[in-house]
Write a protein that binds this ligand. Structure first.
Ligand code: ADP
Ligand code: ZN
Length: 742
């Protein structure tokens, strides 16, 4: 006879550590836990938060040596089973530990529970004193100088985490500044900023055109059937994709189901987010500006089903919604969907996995789908839906390719090339009181400061890259480690007097445009000018109200903007990304050109795009100029197949970083051994990375390439874990489907 099953007394706990196993703890009498519960445990004397993955009645370990769970956190922050499963799949796919994957699925409030307010830095000293201190600290305490200036520029209490991220510093610089009375730490309870970006346009509910109708019907049919299916919605810019998502969402909600909408970066797509928020008042917008407590509240609302639509960037994929019916990945080609720290997951791929787990429909939308996605759509892995023309009033713009090779010398003034064609059109459009966007994907004044005597460029002392000259700040800046330097009067190598500013960044372009059009109001939008709190909304608002005539920007202005009076878009150089040593250089160039061009002619008025280039015959540039996605894809697929790159193969990048170059190299030479001789596993390298040194660490890498999914698994298993490979002095990164090869 068997009695009642004994109560589970042991639990398996996953910890956020790079250790690919779970740990057994004892459940003291009176405490209950189920998988998904969050717990606090003692791990070698450290108090760590973890997630229960299983409970058992027996254990093979010596019970006397098993430590008890310290605390079981309340059920409010318990992870639903579907998210536990998603985390497990994520760990398996990207070779991280389950604890690391679980950590990514939790909102930070659950991780730092009880802490309802979070630390900000504010100015303590008077402004002029602080400004003076920035200069004084610069030579001997550069990190402090950078931190102080960043808080000064922000102009209000700034979250400590943001300060650290923006200045690439640890805690010690700000702590020293606090100790010296220059800054003060304040605990801010609530973010003052608005939750939902302001929206002036009414949320018009258009009568759908036939292509939109067909797309909505196809998607809704699958939602109604409760079947998992992935759709690729390929629609030219302005074809009404967002309208399709909105209609499908109405249907999803009418069926009592929930939805998640992923957008690239909320700060860059305020208009899109605003449209969701105005159509559905109960939307939970999950953006990085939220405080922990605000984020926690949104999480609760979703968990309890009080909110049925979550809109957010990458991590909104883990929103704990009930009865998931739909996941939309808008602008699926965007690189920001790949996380560039552990776990290095791709939100698009994980959205599909979550869709499988919860039998939900996934819709990937883009005007320029990635080769991976269009490839799968053509092989019928995804269902393809197309919106071939612009909806409503807008027409696709006319595109003019301006070959810069024939341009006379006079077109170039102080290094900035503005062709006669572009200048004449700017003149005309400005006279008509229309608005102009100028796109250049490079910030700063000049990317290189070069000695005309010996040809040496000023390099970052810690990284193997040249430093960018930022003229308004009056400093050379390393875009890899944020280090800054004063401009040398003479060449540091040969003492030649007078350095040359080589190349053009947005700052230099702004100066040139202001000189050419002194009557026009010119504004610039890039990471440098957007450092101030609320700057983004301010500039976009002013542009909407037509207080700005010419808006110059980096890729920040390439996406999601919809302004009816923009009738001219100038691409100052189509070539900046073309020669990057990455197999996706052409694809990225095509996507960017196509997206930027899509900003023109969105209203009643016709739009024109001028693309300046030295490579008019390059197939990516030529296809973008003809608005010909299919031609580009055909050519590019051919190259990828010949060279054996994705989507035909899958890549794993293994990166080693160490203070000694020899060590990084040796470590990879050891790591490659178990891969030798494996069938269908090709290894490129080990070799020095393109950027061979960052922050005084030498970088070597290798690329592991497989054509079959099974061999990729074998290769991942053979290479082992970060824990097996790395040492105390050499850091190893495993990156599946790497976003960057630099
Ligand atoms: P996309 O997301 O593909 O760039 P949007 O959904 O933003 O396209 O639509 C582009 C513009 O066309 C928007 O101003 C939108 O309000 C409008 N629009 C969308 N669908 C229709 C329609 N069926 N009829 C008229 N206008 C539409
Ligand atoms: Zn550097």
């Amino acid at each position: 006879m068997s009695g009642p099953a004994p109560a589970p007394t042991w639990v398996q706990v996953a910890l956020n550590l790079p250790l690919r196993r779970e740990f057994t703890y004892a459940l003291p009498p009176g405490l209950a836990a189920v998988p998904g519960n969050r717990v606090l445990v003692d791990f070698h004397g450290r108090r760590l938060g973890g997630v229960v993955t299983a409970t058992t009645a027996t254990t093979e370990l010596d019970p006397a040596r098993i430590k008890p769970i310290l605390v079981v956190l309340d059920a409010e922050t318990r992870l639903p089973p579907a998210l536990l499963e998603l985390a497990a799949r994520m760990a398996q796919t990207y070779g991280c530990s389950l604890g690391e994957a679980l950590d990514a699925t939790l909102p930070s409030v659950a991780k730092r529970r009880g802490q309802r307010r979070f630390p900000h830095l504010a100015l303590q000293a008077p402004r002029d004193l602080a400004e003076q201190a920035v200069l004084e600290l610069e030579d001997r305490h550069q990190a402090q100088s950078r931190v102080l200036r960043t808080v000064l520029e922000f102009g209000g209490p700034m979250p400590v985490l943001d300060v650290r991220r923006r200045t690439n510093t640890s805690d010690s610089p700000w702590q020293t500044l606090v100790k010296h009375g220059l800054l003060r730490k304040v605990m801010v309870a609530e973010e003052l900023e608005e939750l939902v970006p302001a929206l002036d346009e009414a949320a018009v509910r258009h009568v759908l055109n036939e292509h939109q109708e067909r797309a909505v019907a196809a998607i809704v049919a699958r939602v109604a059937a409760g079947q998992h299916r992935t759709f690729l919605l390929h629609g030219v810019t302005g074809s009404g994709k967002t309208e399709v998502y909105l209609r499908v969402l109405e249907q999803v909600r009418a069926r009592g189901k929930s939805a998640i909408v992923l957008v690239p970066e909320i700060s860059l797509t305020p208009q899109t987010v605003g449209r969701f928020a105005s159509r559905f008042p109960d939307v939970a917008v999950l953006h990085s500006g939220l405080t922990d407590s605000e984020r926690g509240r949104q999480w609760q609302r979703l968990l309890q089903g009080r909110s049925r639509v979550a809109v957010g960037a990458r991590s909104a994929l883990f929103a704990p919604v009930q009865d998931l019916g739909l996941i939309v990945v808008d602008e699926e080609h965007e690189t920001s969907f790949k996380q560039d720290s552990t776990p290095r997951y791709h939100a698009r791929e994980m959205a599909i996995v979550r869709g499988e787990i919860e039998r939900a429909v996934v819709v990937l939308g883009s005007a320029t789908p990635t080769l991976e996605s269009i490839g799968k759509a053509r092989r019928c892995v995804y269902e393809l839906l197309t919106l071939p023309e612009r909806a409503g009033a807008g027409r696709l713009p006319k595109i003019v390719v301006q070959d810069l090779r024939g341009e006379p010398r006079e077109s170039s003034r102080a290094g900035v090339v503005l062709s006669r064609t572009l200048l004449a059109m700017m003149q005309e459009r400005l006279q008509a009181r229309d608005q102009v966007l100028l796109f250049l994907n490079r910030r700063g004044f000049a990317p290189v400061l070069l000695c005309p005597g010996c040809g040496e460029a000023v390099k970052c002392p810690s990284c193997s890259v040249s430093m960018t000259w930022h003229s308004r700040r009056g400093r050379l800046v390393c875009h890899w480690c944020c280090r800054e330097k004063r401009r040398p009067e003479t060449c540091p190598t040969c003492q030649h007097a007078g350095m040359h500013e080589l190349g053009v960044g947005t700052e230099r372009l702004e100066q040139a445009v202001k000189e050419r059009f002194p009557q026009a109001i010119v504004a610039r939008m890039d990471a440098d000018t957007m450092a101030e709190r609320g700057a983004h909304e301010r500039v976009l608002g002013a542009f909407r109200k037509k207080h700005i005539d010419v808006l110059i920007g980096t890729q920040m202005i390439a996406k999601g903007l919809d302004f009816p009076d923009v009738t001219l878009v100038g691409v100052v150089s189509a070539d900046t990304g073309l020669f990057v040593p990455d197999y996706r250089a052409a694809e990225r160039t095509f996507q960017l050109l196509h997206q930027v061009a899509g900003r023109a002619g969105r209203g009643e008025k016709a739009g024109t795009v001028v693309i300046q280039t030295h490579c008019p015959d390059n197939y990516a540039v030529a296809a973008a100029a003809k608005n010909d996605y299919d031609a580009f894809v055909q050519q590019e697929l051919l190259f990828r197949k010949q060279l054996g790159y994705p989507p035909f193969a899958r890549l794993l990048r293994v990166l080693a970083e160490a203070r000694s170059e020899g060590e990084a190299q040796r470590l990879l030479q050891r790591a490659v051994v178990p891969l030798r001789g494996l069938a269908d596993v090709e290894v490129l390298g080990p070799a020095p990375a393109v950027v061979g040194k960052v922050k005084d660490h030498w970088r070597w890498h290798m690329l592991v390439k497989c054509f079959l999914p099974a061999s990729f698994r074998t290769a991942m298993d053979a290479i082992g874990t970060v824990e097996d490979l790395g040492t105390r002095t050499c850091r190893i990164t495993l990156d599946v489907d790497p976003g960057s090869l630099m």
